[in-house]
Design a protein around this ligand. Structure first.
Ligand SMILES: NC(=O)c1ccc[n+]([C@@H]2O[C@H](COP(=O)([O-])OP(=O)(O)OC[C@H]3O[C@@H](n4cnc5c(N)ncnc54)[C@H](O)[C@@H]3O)[C@@H](O)[C@H]2O)c1
Length: 288
């Protein structure tokens, strides 16, 4: 139903969907991707509320699938006095990562957070409290942490690009039978090699003895929270677009301009263009 002249504003995750990218180009649609609207300090204001929901949910889901009756190891996330808690490794300590960490720590788990950004690791170390360890992201640290984990949460993001596959099949296969992986980054292709997208109706599958959860729209399960969280963030931008019109709004607001992935059928987001070997045009060269 998309056609020339339309403005589409939503989460698009184009780097994982060549068909959709080519359709938007062919139909000469202008597409604003919520997940690439970016503040000067690198924050992603329209992705953040959904990442908060998904990060918190990731632990809720993992705790559920760790239960024996759900196919898991049969281990309580927080343990009890005298019995070890579960170990949760979170790969990527951004918004999803910190929200997952908060809930996991609140439930009494032992948490390991891996990130590539030392400033972020320092921040996590300052603000989180409880039984946790921060680790710099490299293959060895990731492999060692995964090997002793009951739960792995994938939460890495390189804005606009496909997620790097940091957790290999070999690492997953080395986990204890009945462990759980939740790859929240599955919407950008996933950072766990063995993940594939799943749905709310069939959220998990088993591979190498490990339960895999790959729902691409986790916040959809809690719409009474997610819709308010999302519209709190999007409404100011929607009002600006309505008041100024698209061209004036993006020309006067570099934050909004970053969200434009396709303008009248031309790719204006370089990671998307690079992913599919398509031509890239900066938006500033195309605006009237
Ligand atoms: N499945 C869902 O329903 C759902 C919902 C919301 C968000 N998401 C996805 O979750 C992912 C994470 O989102 P976010 O908002 O937390 O992003 P974010 O930008 O806040 O955090 C990403 C983190 O990854 C880190 N990182 C980058 N490269 C790394 C590497 N090589 N090793 C370790 N860490 C690395 C960054 O330093 C950053 O701290 C995104 O793909 C997002 O689209 C999925």
């Amino acid at each position: 139903m998309l056609r020339e002249g339309q403005l589409l504003c939503t989460y698009l995750h184009l780097a994982t969907n060549e068909h959709l990218t080519r359709m938007l180009m062919e139909r000469k649609v202008t597409a604003l991707a919520y997940e690439t609207v970016e503040l000067e300090n690198g924050e992603l204001p329209l992705l953040t509320p959904m990442s908060e929901v998904a990060g918190r949910m990731a632990i809720q889901v993992a705790a559920h699938y760790l239960e024996k009756t759900c196919g898991g190891r049969g281990k309580l996330l927080g343990g009890v006095p005298g019995v070890r808690p579960a170990t949760v490794t979170i790969v990527g300590g951004g918004t999803v990562g910190i929200n997952a960490a908060k809930i996991a720590l609140g439930m009494g788990a032992h948490v390991v957070i891996v990130d590539i950004n030392p400033v972020r690791l320092r921040y996590l170390d300052e603000v989180l409290h409880g039984n946790f360890t921060t680790l710099s992201s490299n293959r060895r640290n990731i492999a060692e942490a995964i090997h002793v984990s009951d739960v792995v949460v994938g939460a890495v993001l390189i804005p606009g690009a496909r997620a790097p596959r940091l957790v290999t099949r070999e690492m997953v296969a080395g986990m204890t039978h009945g462990s759980v992986v939740v790859d929240v980054a599955v919407d950008q292709g996933g950072c766990i090699e063995t993940i594939r997208p799943t749905s709310h109706s069939e959220p998990v599958y088993e591979l190498d003895g490990v339960l895999h959860y790959g729902v691409t729209n986790m916040p959809g399960a809690v719409p009474r929270t997610s819709t308010y969280a999302l519209t709190n963030a999007t409404l100011p931008y929607a009002l600006r677009l309505a008041a100024q019109g698209f061209e004036d709004a993006v020309a006067s607001d570099p934050v909004l301009a970053k969200g434009v992935n396709v303008y009248q059928g031309q790719i204006t987001c370089s990671p998307v263009a690079e992913t599919f070997g398509l031509g890239y045009k900066p938006l500033s060269e195309l605006l009237p």
